[in-house]
Design a protein around this ligand. Structure first.
Ligand SMILES: [Fe+2]
Ligand SMILES: [Fe+2]
Length: 311
């Protein structure tokens, strides 16, 4: 057996956990899909040389997509002073990357929101959006070059929980109830209950949906950053954002330790390596500085969430 890491009381056998995740996947035949139009539009948006007219036409050919773009763009989240009436204006005003991020997030939320869950899905998304927003903020502070990527990776980091909460509804619900008010983390409890976790399940989803590998890596290793190889910097940013949000009770039901573990310590060292100025502040101080913006971020998250789910 390949031992890749150890946690209190059990051995983490990553290949075995991946096999368990894939086994759960093969038992499912109604996985939400991302519409082809969304894949096509986002790949056009990835290319900075794309013609805004062509993208706007493509978005307009799908009524639901066009309505979502206009709605999010005119929500308080975007802080536009004047109403933006057209998709093309939105593209030029907000930028391709931001539109890509909005389209993708609205489809992830929409794709799973109709399904029954063993936990409060609204709180789940509020946690996810908060991690996204805090990841973007940290990325800015530490000089990570792609803020939108940090935001999207933050939103997606726990996507595997939505799969477990739906397809393993009763067992996952029992597991969560069993760890409420205990010091056992969701990640540890999943490993004991399913032989795999939301990280491996999330990776399977990311691969099924053809996400760029970097998102799969963040999803896979945000609780084991020391195992990341593709983009350790980004994975560290999301891990620290997750730690911050968990200690601010944005996830439910959780019973998370409020002291940084091996993964968070590793992440912090990675941030310091990339932004040496942080060294003098220390993790605790760095996180407490985020508090100033946390309330504003919570309001933004609530606005974005309601503009997506109330379609
Ligand atoms: Fe997680
Ligand atoms: Fe999380």
């Amino acid at each position: 057996m390949l031992r890749v890491g150890e946690e209190e009381g059990f051995i983490v056998d990553r290949p075995a956990m991946m096999r368990e995740a894939q086994k759960l996947f093969t038992e499912v035949d109604d996985l939400p899909t991302i519409p082809t139009i969304v894949i096509n539009v986002t790949s056009l948006l990835d290319n900075v040389d794309s013609d805004p007219d062509q993208i706007a036409d493509m978005i307009l050919s799908d009524q639901v997509l066009a309505a979502r773009v206009i709605k999010v763009i005119n929500s308080p989240l975007c802080r536009t002073t004047n109403k933006i009436p057209s998709v093309k204006q939105a593209l030029l005003f907000i930028g391709f990357k931001k539109i890509r991020e909005m389209i993708l997030t609205s489809y992830f939320v929409g794709g799973f929101s109709q399904k029954k869950q063993s936990f409060d899905i609204q709180r789940f998304w509020i946690h996810s959006f908060s991690v996204g927003a805090i990841s973007r903020r940290i990325a800015h502070l530490v000089g990570y070059p792609d803020l939108e990527k940090a935001y999207l990776a933050g939103i997606l980091h726990d996507i595997g929980k939505v799969f477990l909460g739906h397809y393993c509804h009763e067992e996952y619900g029992r597991m969560l109830a069993g760890i409420t008010n205990s010091s056992v983390t969701t990640h540890e409890a999943e490993c004991r209950t399913f032989g795999t976790t939301h990280c491996e399940i999330g990776l399977c989803l990311a691969q099924r949906w053809n996400f760029p590998p970097v998102y799969g890596e963040v999803i896979s290793f945000h609780h084991k950053v020391e195992m990341a190889t593709e983009d350790v910097f980004l994975t560290s940013i999301v891990a620290i954002a997750d730690f911050y949000c968990l200690s601010h009770y944005t996830a439910h039901p959780v019973a998370q330790a409020s002291v940084p573990g091996v993964s968070e310590e590793y992440s912090w060292h990675t941030l310091v390596e990339n932004a040496p100025d942080l060294k003098s502040s220390g993790l605790e101080h760095f996180l407490s500085d985020l508090d100033e913006e946390y309330e504003a971020i919570c309001i933004e998250v609530a606005v974005l969430f309601s503009s997506i789910v109330n379609d």
